[in-house]
Design a protein around this ligand. Structure first.
Ligand SMILES: [Zn+2]
Length: 154
């Protein structure tokens, strides 16, 4: 499912519902109707994004999405430090901006989009990912994402 970068999170919530205070990042698809910025990620950002994906993927779904930018549809994985591998596309990353003014929500496939397709997410998201380990000491992504998702229904 395509959602424009920085639009509020609405995935799976039903007609007209969204989560206030959120900003989507990396909800891409392969159609020309979904333009994306491209660039070369820093190795520091890629490493932080890999750790975040590995340790803090939340809002786990039953099925998984495949990348529609790849020429052939196939499952995509994150392989951490040459070790264990994790299937991507079935969970999300919820990351507060550095000043907590907005919560970024990305499908965890964003790691694949950045590493394989040179997708360049908004700079504020890059900063948030680099700061996430510190933020998560006081902002638990599992509890907070659940709370925010529930807020779409009040
Ligand atoms: Zn791909």
């Amino acid at each position: 499912m395509y959602i424009a970068d920085l639009a509020p999170y609405s995935y799976g919530l039903g007609e007209g519902r969204f989560v206030a205070g959120t900003a989507c990042v990396g909800w891409l698809n392969g159609s020309s109707a979904s333009p994306r910025s491209q660039g070369s990620p820093s190795s520091q950002f890629l490493a932080a994004l890999a750790q975040l994906t590995w340790r803090w993927s939340v809002n786990q779904a039953r099925g998984n999405h495949v990348c529609t930018l790849c020429s052939e549809l196939h499952d995509t994985f994150l392989i951490l430090d040459g070790g264990p591998k994790m299937l991507l596309g079935a969970a999300e990353l919820w990351v507060p901006s550095l000043d907590y003014s907005v919560i970024f929500v990305a499908p965890n496939l964003v790691y694949h989009y950045v590493s394989e397709h040179r997708y360049a997410p908004p700079n504020a998201f890059v900063d948030a990912v680099l700061g996430a380990e510190v933020a998560y000491k006081q902002w638990d992504p599992r509890a907070e994402s659940e709370k925010l998702l529930n807020s779409a229904f009040v």
